[in-house]
Design a protein around this ligand. Structure first.
Ligand SMILES: Nc1nc2c(c(=O)[nH]1)N[C@H]1C(S)=C(S)[C@@H](COP(=O)(O)OP(=O)(O)OC[C@H]3O[C@@H](n4cnc5c(=O)[nH]c(N)nc54)[C@H](O)[C@@H]3O)O[C@H]1N2
Ligand SMILES: Nc1nc2c(c(=O)[nH]1)N[C@H]1C(S)=C(S)[C@@H](COP(=O)(O)OP(=O)(O)OC[C@H]3O[C@@H](n4cnc5c(=O)[nH]c(N)nc54)[C@H](O)[C@@H]3O)O[C@H]1N2
Ligand SMILES: [Mo]
Length: 760
């Protein structure tokens, strides 16, 4: 065994360049950046062919974000966006790494590379094993790999000693089979990236409006009178959303942006698909920008709602009283509590002035078609679930849900994270789902809830679990408390990753480790009965097909479906009646089973073949609330207390423009004017003066809790328009600072948007 691999991205600085923040997003800059990125990996002809097929009916679903495609009327050059193209280019690269590469590079050597460098090595080309005590990965045959994993699983004292993680790119078909395999094996240990992402939204929405998903469709966005965009940076993370917001504005809608940072994309947008707009300078998207303090959202919403309640009268109602009466529960208690809060305190906690709040209230009081969009800026807080419930309170008092142009819009991250949940990737499945699974597949499903992400890390750390299997993702770098998580993974007897690209989770491993290379979404999936397509569900609950078009970069790659079937057949043998290998021949057979188990998938194989796909049932969208009371629930939400000492900062960890979660496409954050460096900490000018920090000064970030100190060294201070005592760093470099137990109440989502640190 060689030296112990490094868990963190090495603390190498790459040479920062700071430029002015651009005042518009997308436009020519994005188009040229797109061409640059694609041509790094493929010929211009191939690049063009690929671009034409992105998010087209009959094409493949972009492996970037989960923003939906228009039902009709899709742009002829592909519903592409700059960052979608980067995601495709990253996957579609032809360079491969296999036996020879891993013979040359030890696991330790690879751990000295940055995440950016690891990603650039190429696509994983063949199955690999790292044997106990060995310093290098070496090839293993697929059959030996499956046999080794199956044996390890079957030797466990209890199925609950194995953990099966999922990232959110896995197709419906693969996800459905994967959860079936895991439950036939005997556990509900199915943590997923959703636990770190929109779990707070799911929890809050299920309790209040009876469905853990958003209620709006794209046409609703176009039709809305007011849209609030809270804690979200679509210019970088959901660029196609900007076109939808543009349409809303063209129809006379107004946009209120609530964010500690003036994110470029939201301020001003030049649609790359509208050349005339490009010449005229584009659209100003945000009408009112509220530079909120970190975690000031509950205070802000309370202030707005208090003003609305006080304005409301019999002669000039601003609230929807008939909706409140007929469709909701708990309004009286909610209102009583709301009015107890001191208005000045609310302003102070939010960091927003009375004048700005009056402007918002003016806009909202006479409108009823209101949508709130949100993402990680709201979910990743200790009070993440409360944040969402407070949004629901706000929509309910205005009657702004269950009708056109109004409702909830949690903007999902990974391209199929919502579909994976629908397919049963969940550590806390509902009994009804398990009942159907049992009936269809004739086995007894485990009923005890399994581990979510944070519990899974704890379990491995305490040696209560010893096999870790990941369907995609980069568990080590995506999770909090990197060093602790590394110890947890190192405690395992076996760690296995089904992956397309090399990442840090392959390097921090159990006694034995394996990498199983799989096809990407863009690639042709050829099986016994011909080319297969898969299906996915986007952020607005539309299920549609995705068909790869590129030849796979290596003959040895298997589809995720194929991998699950082989593993299940090898592990379960004849202990279950399911004919596992038959599913690989034609994925229609998987969809038939999904249809039997999950409501809303009637005629799946027919409907998924129709153009844009089909909508899943959504009660909240129709104004029917499947809660215990049959009504939408108001909630009484505590006002969060964000106490910071003089020398402390609240730190959020965010994404740059050149990354997809832990995959680093490049070192620039163009829309924030930061180039060629990721180890930065964005800080307010007056804080810099107060603490004597200069621009580009090197500092160490320190987090202290439960008598434990976490350190992230060598970060560069960058002066930025961010509220006082708030700082921002990039995920995943700063994940070492997020304590494992710093999670949202109820949803257990790591609170990585508010970590208290000091800076030295
Ligand atoms: N290109 C690209 N696309 C992606 C991803 C990617 O990494 N790259 N990731 C995908 C995934 S998995 C996800 S979940 C989404 C993530 O999409 P986002 O949620 O947009 O991503 P973050 O960078 O985490 O941005 C959070 C935003 O919230 C703001 N914020 C932070 N704290 C607060 C707060 O307390 N209150 C308010 N109001 N705002 C706050 C930040 O300033 C930032 O603008 O994007 C998806 N799409
Ligand atoms: N501090 C902090 N931490 C965070 C966040 C944050 O904002 N701040 N955000 C959280 C969020 S929202 C999320 S969703 C998680 C993301 O957590 P993950 O989903 O675990 O991480 P990714 O970086 O998206 O995973 C990338 C890896 O997936 C593999 N991959 C890519 N495509 C495929 C495919 O088609 N099939 C398979 N099998 N593998 C594939 C590649 O090997 C790649 O290296 O991180 C969370 N962590
Ligand atoms: Mo996410």
């Amino acid at each position: 065994m060689g030296k112990r691999p490094k868990e963190e991205t090495p603390q190498k600085l790459t040479g920062i360049v700071i430029k002015d923040i651009p005042d518009v997003a997308v436009g020519v800059g994005a188009v040229s950046s797109t061409v640059k990125h694609l041509s790094k990996y493929m010929s211009p002809a191939k690049a063009l062919k690929t671009m034409f097929k992105v998010n087209q009916k009959g094409g493949f679903d972009c492996p970037g974000c989960a923003w939906p495609d228009p039902d009709d009327d899709r742009s002829k050059i592909g519903e592409y966006c700059e960052n979608g193209i980067k995601a495709i280019a990253e996957e579609a690269q032809r360079k491969t790494i296999g036996a020879k590469f891993f013979k040359q590079h030890s696991v330790y050597d690879l751990s000295l590379k940055s995440d950016f460098e690891l990603g650039k090595m190429g696509r994983l080309a063949e199955p690999l094993i790292l044997k106990p005590g060995s310093s290098h990965y070496q090839p293993i045959s697929w059959s030996d790999a499956f046999r080794t994993i199956a044996k390890q699983l079957n030797d466990l004292d209890s199925p609950d000693e194995a953990i099966f993680y999922t990232s959110g790119r896995t197709s419906n078909e693969a996800a459905f089979l994967y959860q079936l395999f895991v439950r036939q094996f005997g556990t509900n240990n199915l943590p997923d990236c959703s636990n770190m992402c929109h779990e707070s939204s799911g929890t809050a929405l299920s309790q209040t409006v009876g469905i853990g998903k958003g209620s709006v469709t794209l046409p609703d966005i176009y039709e809305a009178e007011v849209i609030l965009v809270m804690g979200q940076n679509p210019g970088t993370n959901h660029p196609r959303m900007l076109s939808a917001l543009e349409k809303c504005k063209e129809n006379g809608g107004k946009i209120i942006t609530i964010n500690p940072l003036p994110e470029a994309g939201l301020m001003h947008f030049v649609n790359p698909q509208k050349p005339t707009k490009m010449l005229s300078g584009g659209t100003k998207l945000t009408d009112i920008f509220l530079p909120i303090k970190l975690n000031g959202d509950v205070a802000l919403l309370k202030a707005i709602m208090q003003r609305l309640v006080k304005l409301d009268s019999k002669s000039t109602p601003v609230l929807d009283h008939s909706f409140i009466k007929e469709k909701t529960n708990g309004y009286a208690a909610f209102k009583k509590d709301l009015l107890t809060h001191d208005y000045e305190t609310l302003l102070d906690r939010s960091g927003i002035s009375n004048e700005q709040i009056e402007k918002v209230v003016d806009l909202i009081k006479d409108n009823t078609k209101i949508i709130v969009c949100w993402a990680m800026g709201l979910t990743q807080h200790v009070n993440g679930v409360d944040n969402i419930k407070e949004i629901v309170n706000f929509l309910l008092m205005k009657g702004a849900i269950g009708k056109p142009g109004a409702g909830t819009c949690p903007v999902r991250g990974h391209s199929n994270v919502q579909g994976d949940r629908t397919m049963g990737i969940w550590e806390a499945p509902k009994d009804g789902f398990l009942d159907n699974l049992e009936k269809t597949f004739h086995f007894e499903a485990p009923r005890k809830h399994g581990y979510a992400v944070v519990d899974a890390i704890e379990a491995m750390h305490k040696k209560k679990a010893s096999v870790f299997f990941a369907m995609g993702g980069n568990f080590l770098s995506a999770t909090p408390d990197t060093l602790y998580t590394a110890e947890a993974l190192r405690n395992c007897a076996l760690t296995v990753h089904v992956s397309t690209k090399l990442n840090r989770s392959h390097l921090i491993h159990g006694k034995t480790a394996m990498i199983l290379p799989c096809l990407g979404r863009t690639e042709i999936d050829m099986q016994k009965e011909g080319k297969q397509f898969v299906s996915v569900e986007n952020s607005m609950g539309i299920v549609h097909s995705s068909q790869g078009i590129l030849p796979p970069p290596s003959k040895q790659l298997k589809s995720e479906v194929d991998i699950v079937c082989n593993l299940a057949a090898e592990t379960l043998g004849d202990k279950v009646p399911t004919k596992w290998m038959s599913f690989t021949e034609n994925y229609d057979s998987i969809r038939d089973k999904i249809e039997e188990v999950i409501p809303g998938f009637e005629d799946y194989n027919t409907r998924v073949r129709r153009g844009a796909g089909f909508y899943l049932p959504n009660g909240a969208r129709e104004g029917t609330f499947h809660t215990a009371s049959g009504k939408a629930e108001f909630s009484v939400i505590d006002l969060p207390v964000n106490r910071l000492l003089e020398n402390e900062f609240a730190m959020m960890t965010i994404r740059s423009h050149d990354q997809y979660n832990t995959t680093i496409y490049g070192l620039d954050d163009r829309y924030r004017g930061i180039y060629n460096e990721r180890r930065v900490v964005l800080m307010n000018k007056s804080d810099m003066a107060k603490h004597g920090f200069e621009n580009k000064q090197l500092v160490n970030l320190v987090q202290q809790s439960n008598e434990q100190t976490r350190r992230a060294e060598k970060f560069m201070v960058v002066e930025y328009a961010i509220p006082k005592q708030c700082v921002a760093t990039y995920f995943p470099e700063a994940n070492v600072l997020v304590p494992l137990d710093h999670v949202a109440r109820e949803s257990k989502t790591p609170a990585s948007k508010y970590v208290t640190i000091t800076i030295e």
